[in-house]
Design a binder for this molecule. Structure first.
Ligand code: 5RP
Length: 224
């Protein structure tokens, strides 16, 4: 289901485009497909959202450029941890949320690829909101975040504290069902020490869902 959705998104890629390359196990299929197309003549330039994706794209011979050399990206393809019917998202399960959000913001079009398990009625049901925070004062930031009504966990990987590509920590913040994601996104980001959070509001233009029945495309206009 992941592969089906990811490969469908690559059909939107044309010669000459600058493509934002997302992070995660779903979008990996899209990047591999792009690599195949590049090796048979497609001319694109990619901007990776993580060091992992940069490595993969380099191995696949996808030419890469720096975001600082472009103010607009034609199309970004990325994954998500949860998507709702307003095309709002929780992202950052792979820890790349800050670069992913910067790239999404600067993209003319953002396509999200997921399998059907990621589609929820309300964000927060199955997945906490990842929040990237500075190492300095992280425990004070954690306590302030908890005052917003969540339980928090410092992300670790193999018993070591997880460090992002930007050399920060991640606090996974479980709010349960989130009724007002727009205001929560802003509230979280107003806390000093917070770099960015994984609520992506109004950034996705299209969500391609791989399901047992085949591909379902969610677009904002057909949902409101
Ligand atoms: C990384 C992300 C990923 O896109 C998200 O975690 C989905 O990953 P996967 O496709 O592996 O389920 O936001 O920061």
């Amino acid at each position: 289901m992941k592969k089906m959705a990811a490969e469908k998104a690559v059909e939107h890629v044309d010669n000459g485009m600058v493509i934002g390359l997302g992070t995660g196990s779903t979008v990996k299929y899209a990047i591999k497909k792009l690599g195949e197309r590049v090796n048979t003549g497609l001319k694109i330039e990619g901007i990776p959202t993580s060091l992992r994706t940069k490595k993969l794209a380099t191995e696949l011979n996808i030419p890469l450029v720096d975001l600082n050399d472009y103010t607009k990206i034609d199309l970004t393809i990325d994954g998500a941890d949860e998507v709702d019917s307003f095309l709002n998202l929780i992202k950052g399960g792979g820890g790349a949320l800050t670069r992913e959000k910067i790239i999404a913001y600067h993209s003319k079009k953002e396509i999200i690829v997921v399998d059907e398990t990621k589609v929820v009625k309300k964000l927060g049901i199955d997945f906490p909101v990842p929040v990237e925070v500075t190492k300095f004062g992280w425990n004070a930031t954690k306590k302030t975040l908890e005052e917003l009504g969540c339980t928090t966990e410092l992300r670790t990987i193999m018993d070591e504290v997880y460090i992002t590509d930007n050399s920060n920590y991640i606090l996974d913040c479980d709010f349960g069902k989130i009724n007002e994601p727009e205001s929560l996104e802003k509230e979280i980001n107003s806390i000093p020490g917070v770099i960015e959070n994984g609520l992506f509001i109004d950034l996705a233009d299209e969500i391609i869902v791989g399901s047992k029945q085949g591909i379902i495309t969610l677009e904002e206009r057909c949902l409101q």
